[in-house]
Design a protein around this ligand. Structure first.
Ligand code: PMT
Length: 215
């Protein structure tokens, strides 16, 4: 199969020196990319700025901002069978990034933020993607309700839900604990384990669906 995977954070410029970002390290998306390549699949990683090496056998497109990640996916997703959106894409970005470094003049600095375009939500719409769509949900409460809502709203075949309020899994950690949600199968709970193991279980589900065994 040909998989396009997004991973890592995005950086939203405030001025040429400062940006807004988040705690994503890219480890979850990179683990999925590495596992898919190890299984012989063709893998494109669209990655925000991380300090991870490109996994063996994986092609990487490096981006910075949510807008750049949106564009990189929009241009390429049509030639892939599976899309896995593991990136922590900024939901908001400064409305007017300053062209020069903002000088501190003592007064408070107020930032107006506007919504970024939702890459996952664009897959079935703007991109016309008809392949297998795997989304993630980073939640701090009501994981099941939030995850199933995203699965339906964004037209995902599989939704990987993780509780990011915990410090021993999720952002930055080598471990994760996820629940795999799909429209017509039982939830699959994967207890805390290395992200490489979570990646293997996600690939098992994707390959099962591709074989027509259903999620
Ligand atoms: O990178 P690590 O340090 O390994 O941490 C892993 C992780 C916690 C980042 C990962 O497991 C995870 O949960 N990734 C999704 C983070 C996120 O942005 O979740 P969300 O619930 O805010 O977004 C929902 C889905 O929409 C995600 O698939 C996201 O990629 C996508 N999205 C969100 C906003 C946007 N503008 N475009 C998107 O495509």
């Amino acid at each position: 199969m040909r998989l396009l995977i997004t991973a890592g954070p995005t950086r939203e410029a405030i001025d040429p020196v400062r940006y807004l970002s988040n705690h994503s390290s890219g480890k979850m998306g990179y683990a999925i990319a590495a596992e898919a390549a190890a299984r012989g699949h063709a893998v494109l990683l669209v990655s925000g700025p991380v300090s991870l090496a490109v996994p063996t056998g994986v092609e990487r497109v490096a981006v910075e901002s949510a807008a750049q990640m949106y564009q990189a996916v929009a241009e390429r997703i049509g030639s892939y069978d599976v899309a896995v959106m593991a990136a922590a894409v900024a939901d908001y970005t400064p409305a007017e990034p300053a062209t020069q470094k903002i000088k501190k003049d003592g007064a408070a600095l107020e930032l107006a933020l506007v919504r970024t375009r939702d890459i996952l939500a664009s897959a079935r719409g703007e991109f016309g993607f008809e392949g297998l769509l795997v989304g993630f949900a980073a939640e701090t409460e009501n994981l099941r309700a939030n995850a199933m809502g995203k699965l339906r709203r964004k037209g995902c075949d599989l939704l990987v839900g993780n509780d990011v309020s915990r410090s021993d899994i999720g952002f930055g950690s080598d471990h994760n604990a996820v629940t795999l949600f799909s429209a017509d199968a039982e939830e699959q709970v994967i207890a805390r384990c290395p992200k490489t193991e979570v990646a293997a279980r996600i690939l098992d589900r994707i390959e099962a669906e591709a074989r027509g065994d259903g999620f």
